[in-house]
Ligand binder design. Structure first.
Ligand code: GAP
Length: 455
């Protein structure tokens, strides 16, 4: 039997499918390799991850502006960026079973599937090609972007001119990217269609090292503030042989996934590579004019580039826990309240009409502010278990006494502690608790109801 409380990829995949976080794409047709669909809870979790990122890097700062560039871009973009030339993996094919492998992933010289002989490696470009317009000919080839970053570089002057920002400043973007990866796997860790959250932060040359270190720390803190355990995060510097063609320095923020340490986010000092290249290929000046020194120059770029899907996977793995609660084994997702797909569940003790009416009123009221569920099926214990398993921070129990005293019980997912609060104070209390206030900081008229077994 699996160790109690220990996370594994099987447990995450099983929970994701069982509770509607993530499904294989086009599952009724047998699935499409390494493409995934986010279900009703997954889409909320994913949106919360993106919102938390956007809030921290755009909304709460005045030096970063947002952008949403199109997925299809002028093909010259990819000549300038180096993707047409260099965005390729060495591919080998088994002469016997014809499966293809990334040669740099293989430990020995034969096919891992059947032991057959492999071909010599040849470079395989990872960009998905399609055609613009009705004619499928070479002149009409366009690519699905393999990263969101290039949409930012080509809009550098547009954003500069329209926002009048001064250096240092950044542009942030969240969006889909596509890579025809040869080796996929580990659930949503590496897929062919995924989402990125990227910042391109433009700085004066000479200040780049300082800003690189700043972003390394900022981004590490972001994961920790959203509840990732310190021991599961590490920074890893790329060796010279590993550096991408555009990078002067690069660190990965790695997470300790169940399959081992792997990249969650890359932070690179790209120097002036991108602006030099796009100036050369477009013929347009992308220089910045410094009003103080009266100098024209190309800014350097610091790039924190994160994966949405990998973050979702890391948050799920980190939050996963099993314990014995109220005398029973329970699976609990200890998600940060900002990320939890459902913030509270309204649970009437019985389906009797009077109680249901009051519970429904509370439910309707809370839904004005948050994603809330209503559940009146089966025993209260079963209903708590269901909410724990999807990470709902608070359960609100409406009982017969509620009809008399106009109070309800709030149960906290992690401690199992319970307080009793007037219905008139419920919204404000929930707002405070979701922002991190201790459960036992009581509103007027509130009382401690029960200390849980975990506290
Ligand atoms: N603009 C720089 C860039 O794209 P990258 O290291 O290739 O750098 C950045 O990608 C992030 O995007 C990675 O850290 C990862 O989180 C995510 N990512 C990249 N390829 C992915 C894939 N095939 N599936 C899921 N996420 C991926």
């Amino acid at each position: 039997m699996a160790e109690l409380g220990k996370v594994s990829m099987e447990k995450i995949v099983s929970l994701s499918q069982r509770r509607g976080f993530i499904f294989p794409s086009s599952e009724i047709y047998g699935g499409l390799q390494s493409c995934w669909d986010y279900g009703p809870l997954g889409v909320e979790l994913k949106r919360n991850v993106k919102d938390a990122w956007w809030r921290s890097v755009v909304q709460e700062r005045d030096d970063i502006a947002g952008l949403d560039a199109s997925i299809l871009m002028h093909p010259q973009t990819w000549a300038a960026s180096g993707h047409l030339e260099g965005f390729a993996d060495p591919l080998v094919e088994c002469k016997n079973c014809h499966l293809r492998w990334r040669s740099d992933d293989l430990k020995d010289e034969n096919c891992p599937e059947c032991g057959g002989e492999l071909t010599e490696p040849r470079l395989f470009n990872l960009m998905f090609k399609t055609f613009m317009g009705p004619l499928e000919e070479e002149a009409n080839v366009v690519y699905l972007r393999p990263e969101t970053a290039q949409g930012i570089f080509v809009n550098f002057q547009n954003v500069l001119n329209t926002t009048r920002k001064r250096l240092p400043f950044g542009i942030a973007q969240i969006g889909k990217a596509f890579r025809n990866e040869i080796t996929t796997g580990n659930f949503i860790f590496r897929s062919r269609e995924f989402e990125q959250m990227e910042i391109e932060y433009f700085v004066k040359p000479g200040t780049d090292e300082k800003w690189f270190n700043y972003w390394l720390e900022e981004r590490r803190k972001w994961y920790l503030n959203l509840g990732i355990k310190k021991e599961n995060i590490r920074l890893r510097e790329h060796g010279q042989e590993e550096l991408a063609h555009y990078a002067r320095v690069c660190y990965d923020i790695d997470y300790q996934f169940p399959m081992g340490w792997a990249e969650l986010e890359g932070i690179a000092n790209r120097g002036d590579f991108d602006l030099v290249q796009h100036t050369k290929y477009s013929g347009k000046s992308l220089e910045y004019f410094d009003e103080e020194t009266k100098e024209h120059f190309l800014p350097y770029i610091i790039e924190p580039s994160a994966g949405v899907d990998r973050s979702v996977l890391a948050f799920l793995c980190d939050a996963y826990d099993e314990d014995i609660a109220e005398g029973e084994l329970r699976v609990v997702l200890r998600l940060h309240p900002d990320l939890a797909p459902v913030k509270a569940a309204v649970l009437p003790l019985s389906r009797r009409e009077k109680l249901a009416e009051l519970a429904r009123q509370i439910y309707a009221d809370l839904r004005q502010c948050w994603t809330v569920q209503y559940d009146d099926a089966q025993s209260i214990g079963r209903r708590y278990r269901r909410q724990d398993e999807i990470g709902t921070p608070f359960g609100i129990t409406v009982d017969f006494q509620s009809l008399e005293d106009r109070q309800v019980t709030i149960r906290e997912r992690d401690s199992l502690d319970q307080i009793r609060v007037p219905i008139s104070e419920l919204k404000a209390t929930l707002a405070a608790k979701l922002s991190g206030e201790s459960l036992f900081a009581l509103p007027p008229g509130g009382s401690i109801w029960k200390q849980g077994e975990n506290s």
